[in-house]
Every structure is written in structure tokens, then in C-alpha cells.
Write a protein that binds this ligand. Structure first.
Ligand code: FAD
Length: 380
């Protein structure tokens, strides 16, 4: 068993670390406060090849493995989880979904633009009444021969306003249940397609989350991904890979908060000594360190499974479940170690604590991950 990262992986990790320090850190507090989308930073991430990391270079991508992608997600998330979720959605939900299941025409038309960051994409599954229960799609895509007509509403869509290409899941034939669901590519500006107001969120406030409204939106049939009725399977398969990205995001948030707490504990003095000399604080740091390392192993293992062509439904669910819990626990303790300073924005850890929470909710809540995991272990 070899735990060593390759030269290339180390180089990419370093590039992401430098980028996060030099380009994401400045203004991160202000962007969070103002809910400002990091447009300039996204452009620069595209120049570094971070928007289509796993995409084949023939479609403009960087042709990297999933481990490299997880390393980049981890480094970006140490500083700015709002920026990293934009990367995660574009890479694992939109680009990967299109490259793996899209037609050649769709790839040529859309994938290169997405992977080079000329535009970004959104993945639109959730609805007001279909979150965890994603089979209860109320949005319809009625088959009209050479096109579909979409009606309905999607909720909480990441990159909701900033995207130009939307992968929309909708019900075509209710009598077939989840086998009657399709995934369609919808372009911004298609008549009848409206973007709802921006959500005012607890965390990842720099990312733009919107509802989307479809009123008789006409989409040509060639924009359907896969065979008729493949949409639900498309969503589930895509989300299994997406969970590796979110697990890496959670890992990065935890590791970033830990690094700040460690540094602070060696500087801050109380009772005549650095607080790290108080065993209560040192033990907190020890627990954080162990949990982060355990999360890291689960995340890299899931990424490795994907790279090896192994089934990664179980490993990605385990990685997301555990890493998101570690992100929550670690950021709470990082705030505690910072004392009063932890409660104010200048010290970053309060933002990280707010950002951590979403990793337990999106791309399948922690309860849903436990359903995936328990089903998998019980069937064997
Ligand atoms: C900031 C943000 C960004 C998002 N981005 C996207 C996006 O880009 N695209 C997209 O499609 N969606 C997106 N979502 C939606 C997200 O994936 C859903 O919110 C999530 O899947 C949970 O669905 P829900 O909110 O409807 O909660 P519900 O499904 O109503 O769940 C409520 C609670 O009940 C629990 N629960 C539900 N069913 C069960 C069960 N069977 N057993 C045990 N517990 C259960 C849940 O775990 C949760 O604790 C985003 C959400 C947010 C907040």
C-alpha cells in the first residue's frame, strides 16, 4: 500500500495552496459579509485548470485524477468554501456528468466551455418538495416529439444565477416513477426560464444559491442526457462522485480551522503561558488532528476507488458522512480555542463554523448517507 502522493499531485496541491493564500484569502471576509460571488477568483481558477480538472484535454480539461481534484478541493476549502463549492459543482456534477453520459454533440457544444471556465454550470435536482426524496419530482418535461416542455420550480441551486448551462432533472412519465425521469441541458436565456431571488444563507455566502422557475421552457430533444428515462440514474451516479468533492470540501474546512487554532494556541497567553500548554487545549488539538487525518484517509480512499474504476457509492458516502461531522466538530472547537476572538469575523473560524454546516446537508444529508451506507452493508 502506497500513501505517497505523486510529483504531479504534490505540484497541483501546492498550486491550489498558493492560489488560496494569494487570491482567495484577500477579501474572503468581505465577500462572505456581502454575499459577493467571487467572479474574479473563478476566472483565475479557470486559468489554473481548476474548473475542468478531470475532463479529457480534448474537451479542454486538465485530464487529472480524482485524487488531484480532492487535493485542490481541500486546499481551496481551507480558505474559502464558497469558492470551492463553485469548483465542486462545475467539476463533479456538471462536467463529469456530461463527459460520462453526454453525447458527442453535447460534449463538443457544452463541455469545452464548462471545463475551460468560459462559463459555469449548475446541477438542478432539488425542489421545494423533493430534496432527500429526489424521486418526488414535480417539475415536468413533457415529450412533444422533437422537444420537451419543462414546467416547475427547482430550489437551492448552487451557481443559480452565475451559471449559463443547467442540467435539469424532470419527470417525463409519472406512470414510470423514477424510470420516467430525464436529465436535460437548458441554456440560460431560454424563453420561460427565470431565476428566482438569491437565498440569504448561514454559510458559503459567497456562492449564489437561487430557485429556478420554468414556465413552458422548450428544450430540443438532443439536449437530453442518455436514453429516455435515464435522468434519475444520471443524478444518483453523478451525486456519488459529487460526494467526494463535498467530502474534500469538509476536510479542507476542518483542516483550515485546525491550522488556525493550532497557530493561535501557540500565540495566545493565559495564566502566564501559551494556551497550548494547558492540557485541555492540547487535547482538543490532538482530537482534531486525529479526526482530520481519519477523514483525509476516507476522502482519498473514495477518490482512489473512483480512479481505480471500483464502485465508490459506499466509500464516497462514508467519506462525506465522516468528513462533514469532523468539519462541524473541528470548527466548533476552533472557535472555542480562539475564545472571544473566535466569535468575531476577523479570525475566520466563525465563518468556517457556519460554512461547515452545509457539508452535512447538500448532495445528500448525513441521514441519507447513513441510508446509503446501511443499505450497502446490509445487502452483503
Ligand atoms: C446552500 C445550498 C446549496 C444547494 N445546492 C444544490 C444544488 O446545486 N442542486 C440541487 O439539486 N440541490 C441543491 N441543494 C439542495 C440540497 O441538496 C437539499 O437541501 C438536501 O438534499 C436536503 O433536502 P431538503 O432540504 O428538502 O431536506 P428534507 O429532505 O426535507 O430533509 C429534512 C430532514 O429530514 C431528514 N430526512 C429526510 N428523509 C429522511 C429519511 N428517509 N430518513 C431519515 N431522515 C430523513 C433529512 O436528513 C433532514 O435532516 C442545496 C442546498 C443548499 C442549502
Amino acid at each position: 500500500m502506497d500513501f505517497t502522493l505523486s510529483e504531479e499531485q504534490l505540484m497541483i496541491q501546492q498550486a491550489a495552496r498558493d492560489f488560496a493564500q494569494n487570491e482567495l484569502l484577500p477579501g474572503v471576509i468581505e465577500r462572505d459579509d456581502a454575499q459577493k460571488f467571487p467572479s474574479e477568483q473563478v476566472k483565475k481558477m479557470a486559468e489554473l485548470g481548476f474548473m475542468g480538472m478531470m475532463v479529457d484535454p480534448k474537451y479542454g480539461g486538465s485530464g487529472l485524477d480524482t485524487i488531484s481534484y480532492a487535493l485542490v478541493m481541500e486546499e481551496l476549502s481551507k480558505i474559502d468554501a464558497s469558492a470551492s463549492v463553485i469548483v465542486s459543482v462545475n467539476n463533479s456534477l456538471v462536467c463529469w456528468g456530461l463527459e460520462t453520459f453526454g453525447s458527442e454533440v453535447q460534449k463538443e457544444k457544452y463541455l469545452s466551455r464548462l471545463s475551460t471556465g468560459q462559463c459555469i454550470g449548475a446541477f438542478c435536482l432539488s425542489e421545494p418538495e423533493a430534496g432527500s426524496d429526489a424521486t418526488s419530482q414535480k417539475t415536468t418535461a413533457l415529450d412533444k416529439g422533437d422537444h420537451y416542455i419543462i414546467n416547475g420550480t427547482k430550489n437551492w441551486i448552487t451557481n443559480g444565477n452565475s451559471a449559463e448551462i443547467y442540467l435539469v432533472i424532470a419527470q417525463t412519465d409519472i406512470s414510470k416513477g423514477h424510470k420516467g425521469i430525464n436529465a436535460l441541458i437548458v441554456e440560460k436565456g431560454t424563453p420561460g426560464f427565470e431565476i428566482g431571488p438569491k437565498e440569504n444563507k448561514l454559510g458559503i455566502r459567497g456562492s449564489d444559491t437561487h430557485s429556478l422557475i420554468f414556465n413552458d421552457v422548450k428544450v430540443p430533444k438532443e439536449n437530453r442526457i442518455g436514453e429516455d428515462g435515464f435522468g434519475f440514474k444520471f443524478a444518483m451516479k453523478t451525486l456519488a462522485g459529487g460526494r467526494i468533492g463535498i467530502a474534500a470540501q469538509a476536510l479542507g474546512i476542518a483542516a483550515g480551522a485546525y491550522e488556525m487554532a493550532l497557530k493561535y494556541s501557540k500565540e495566545r497567553k493565559a495564566f502566564g503561558t501559551e494556551i497550548s500548554n494547558h492540557q485541555a487545549i492540547a487535547f482538543k488539538l490532538a482530537d482534531m488532528h486525529v479526526q482530520i487525518e481519519a477523514a483525509r484517509h476516507l476522502v482519498y480512499k473514495a477518490a482512489w476507488d473512483k480512479d481505480q474504476g471500483n464502485n465508490y457509492d459506499l466509500s464516497s458516502a462514508m467519506a462525506k458522512l465522516y468528513a462533514s461531522q469532523v468539519a462541524m466538530d473541528t470548527t466548533i472547537e476552533a472557535v472555542q480555542i480562539h475564545g472571544g476572538n473566535g466569535f468575531v469575523k476577523d479570525y475566520h473560524v466563525e465563518r468556517m463554523m457556519r460554512d461547515a454546516k452545509i457539508t452535512q446537508i447538500y448532495e445528500g444529508t448525513s441521514e441519507i448517507q447513513k441510508i446509503v451506507i446501511s443499505r450497502s452493508i446490509l445487502k452483503n
